[in-house]
Design a protein around this ligand. Structure first.
Ligand code: ATP
Ligand code: MG
Length: 389
């Protein structure tokens, strides 16, 4: 019995004329997500894409699992292929869905007939198959409103497909249908979630991480790479820059008023990230900030941070509570990594009384003591680049 995976497109079905190119990008992303599992063909057909293992050997359970992380897919299902013949459809249904039919208490049959030459109309298929299933599984009851199992029979141009319940897809839009942005990634809980949320909207990610050795350790950096590896299961490969930040942090500590330390440091992070972002053809920055979470995230502080760059700054966590962010980080499996206790450069030299109502002119005055251009240039020149998959 041949088995395939059916993909139900998500939001891209709304995109009218662009639909084709959106689907092509989705297929490219699916191919990448499945590259370790096997070689597959992808066939567009109405609002679905049929995914098929070339040699029939690939593990479809692993494939389906990997595809649940690909944005742009509303739902997917594994399906068995039958001849366009009622008897064969019955045979395949028995063979393919016997476990699911034995376990369920209620079911219904849904039929879709895109080949109008098929002699049974959809309601006829439903009736015929419903009766057949009831005759084989005596414990089952039909429930058309809220069945535990929906058996779907789709009669298409060449074959019929038989499947059980759908698997929910990741939703969103295919990565790289909405440009590129650079995410400032720490080892914390929030920034990996922010990265995931923007990738879900179709944005391709570049990552920037600031490290301050010896104040921060290699383990802290390794943790960030682990987080990006988890995000990359959704976003695809992430080009990542590690920026040496020690010299800048020490310069701020030595030359600027202590109250302004954090906010000036944040502005430097933004400036360097903007430079790397432009270098990588990114059109925006992404951070994990949320209003009021810490002193550097009051609206006054955020305004000062924004003013450091000439690029939109996306902060998808901005209106979320910590609990909501944590729930999402558990869902994408970054939480346990994020809570490992390694120093982030943000916790080095933190002031006792950070400015919460900072005003931009005061911040600019406070950072005037720094020799900005060479500091930024040296950090930029000494970045390390890797690609996280
Ligand atoms: P997170 O959980 O993402 O670390 P946070 O609530 O701890 O966020 P901060 O430490 O103030 O907040 O950092 C705010 C944002 O600044 C982070 O979400 C991240 O986008 C960015 N950021 C912080 N530290 C770094 C770093 N070392 N490298 C790159 N970006 C950073
Ligand atoms: Mg942090």
């Amino acid at each position: 019995m041949k088995e395939i995976i059916l993909i139900k497109n998500g939001e891209i079905v709304l995109k009218g004329l662009n639909r084709n190119s959106f689907e092509d990008i989705l297929i490219k992303n699916m191919r990448k997500a499945l590259s370790d599992i096997g070689e597959f063909t992808f066939t567009k057909s109405q609002s679905t894409i049929v995914v098929e293992s070339v040699d029939g050997e690939a593990d479809l359970e692993d494939a389906a699992e990997a595809l649940t992380k690909v944005f742009g897919i509303a739902a997917l299902s594994r399906a068995a292929v039958a001849e366009k013949d009622m008897e064969d459809i019955k045979r395949v249904t028995l063979e393919y869905l016997s476990d699911a039919l034995s376990e369920a208490k209620t079911f219904k049959v849904e039929a879709k007939r895109s080949d109008k030459k098929f002699p049974y109309k959809s309601p006829d298929i439903q009736q015929e198959m419903g009766g057949f299933i009831l005759s084989k599984f005596h414990h089952l009851k039909v429930d058309v409103h809220n069945p535990e199992l929906t058996v779907t029979v789709e009669v298409r141009d060449k074959y019929a497909f038989v499947r059980g319940n759908n698997i929910k897809g990741a939703g969103g839009m295919p990565v790289s249908t909405n440009g590129r942005a650079a995410v400032l990634i720490s080892g914390g809980i929030d920034s990996p979630v922010a990265a995931y949320m923007m990738a879900k909207r179709g944005i391709e990610l570049v990552a920037v991480h600031f490290a301050s050795p010896p104040y921060t350790t290699e383990l802290a950096e390794e943790k960030v790479m682990q987080l990006l590896h988890k995000v990359a299961k959704y976003s695809g490969p992430i080009t990542t820059y590690v920026v040496p930040f020690t010299e800048i942090q020490e310069a701020i500590r030595d030359k600027c008023p202590e109250d302004y330390f954090t906010i000036i440091m944040r502005r430097y992070m933004m400036k360097i990230s903007e430079k790397l972002a432009r270098h990588q053809n990114c059109s925006a920055l992404i951070t994990g900030e949320s209003v009021g979470q810490v002193a550097s995230q009051t609206i006054y502080a955020l305004a000062c941070t924004d003013a450091a760059v000439n690029m939109p700054v996306f902060r998808p966590c901005i209106g979320m509570d910590k609990v909501e962010i944590v729930n999402l980080s558990r869902k994408i499996d970054t939480f346990e990594t994020s809570i490992q206790p390694y120093e982030d450069c943000c916790t080095v030299f933190t002031p006792k009384h950070p400015k919460t109502r900072a005003k931009l002119p005061d911040v600019i005055e406070a950072e005037a003591a720094l020799d900005e251009a060479p500091l930024i240039q040296r950090a930029f020149e000494n970045v390390r680049k890797t690609v996280i998959k």
